[in-house]
Design a protein around this ligand. Structure first.
Ligand code: NAD
Ligand code: DAU
Length: 338
């Protein structure tokens, strides 16, 4: 039985990955989920697995050496999802991004090398390359991250690589594009716009809405991670994406049509500072090993919209308290009042 340490497993992608592991391996896997439960961590995402004998939740910080050193001897594979992940929050207050995304990764890498971990997957992001107007980034391209979030992720990405080169730790680094699917915190574009539209609230589009992202269904991302654990080469970086590039305006249009809501909900607001125009990754490296995304984008996006429509219990309680404070602060400066 393979024993996983999934960090940040109560967040969006981490919780989907835990579901993925149990669907794929059933009883033949053991998962420890180490999560600090920040505003983005939510145990509701894992209600269906919480009582399983082969699942253990540990509330804790990846920066906390003591907890990490206690857990590490009991696992074979580490998948580090834990991070502060929202670009807008990193613009307002970068502190926690440096702490968790860089120092936290360091603490995990140190403990991993002392415990002969069989594989350490550092979940990086396509944002480490920065923006590209034409063409797509290859894994060997220079990193030019633009936000405190992506710069922190780039730091951890290279730190993980250094542990392969220096200590021979079996590291794999993944750089995936924008994910969508169930359990995504409603501050990110798709769940924010879907839930706002359901509530007949404005959809705040930054700038001209023509920024482009390559959207991948979260389960395809999870599948790619497990594929790389099995087939990836140690010390290598792999881009992951679905080749599904869309402008924010197209996403908005799709959501409004799917929910039969009027275009009048679209509200153009001031642009995000340092807003990357386009992300695009060349995924031929992972595809040459035999991986391809399995989900049809239009269908998976429609199902995602439906999931939020049918699971108001999940998101309604999240859009209160601290969330509203952040929302007000973020959009106060963004809404064009002049
Ligand atoms: P998320 O914000 O939904 O979840 C992050 C999780 O990490 C939360 O459960 C949070 O409680 C936990 N966490 C934060 N700080 C922690 C700490 N110090 N110790 C332990 N746990 C902590 O993020 P997500 O969208 O699921 O992203 C997961 C990972 O994937 C991140 O590393 C992110 O950079 C990367 N990524 C995300 C995307 C995307 O589109 N969402 C794309 C590519 C890569
Ligand atoms: O590319 C991978 C990255 O994708 C991950 O590393 C990040 O963790 C994840 O948050 C995501 O970053 P983005 O900044 O691309 O995602 P976000 O959902 O915040 O924004 C997507 C696009 O939508 C971007 O061009 C900004 C725009 N946007 C976003 C919000 C929240 C709006 O126009 N209005 C909004 O209210």
């Amino acid at each position: 039985m393979t024993r996983y340490l999934v960090t940040g497993g109560a967040g969006f992608i981490g919780s989907n990955f835990i579901h993925y592991l149990f669907e794929k391996f059933a009883d033949d896997v053991h998962v420890i989920n180490l999560d600090k439960l920040t505003y983005a961590g939510n145990l509701d995402n894992l209600k269906d697995v919480e009582k399983q004998d082969n699942y253990q939740f540990v509330k804790g910080d990846i920066c906390d050496e003591k907890i990490v050193n206690e857990l590490m001897p009991n696992v074979d594979i580490v998948v580090n999802f834990a991070a502060e992940s929202h670009v807008d929050r990193s613009i307002g207050r970068p502190d926690d991004f440096i702490k968790t995304d860089v120092y936290g990764a360091f603490v995990l890498l140190e403990a991993a090398r002392k415990n002969n971990i069989k594989k350490f997957v550092q979940i990086s992001t396509d944002e480490v390359y920065g923006s590209i107007l034409d063409g797509s980034f290859k894994e060997t391209d220079v990193l030019e991250p633009s936000s405190p979030y992506s710069a922190s992720k780039a730091g951890a990405d290279r730190l993980a690589f250094s542990y392969f080169v220096t200590y021979n730790l079996p590291v794999i680094i993944t750089r995936c594009s924008n994910n969508y699917g169930p359990y995504q915190f409603p501050e990110k574009l798709i769940p924010l716009f879907v839930t706002n539209a359901i509530e007949d609230k404005n959809l705040p589009i930054y700038g001209d809405g023509k920024n482009v992202r390559d959207w991948i269904f979260v389960m395809d991302h999870c599948d790619a991670i497990q594929f790389l654990i099995e087939k990836g080469q140690e010390g290598q970086v792999y881009n992951i994406g679905a080749g599904n590039e869309m402008m924010n305006l197209q996403i908005t249009d799709f959501i409004l049509k799917a929910l039969d809501k009027p275009k009048s909900l679209m509200t153009f607001v001031a642009d995000r500072l340092g807003h990357d125009r386009r992300y695009s990754v060349d995924t031929s490296k992972i595809r040459s090993l035999g991986w391809t995304p399995k989900h049809n984008p239009e269908q998976a996006m429609a199902e995602t919209v439906n999931w939020y429509a049918e699971n108001r219990w999940w998101w309604e309680k999240l859009k209160t308290g601290e969330y509203l404070e952040f929302y007000k602060q973020n959009y106060k400066v963004r809404y064009k009042t002049d």
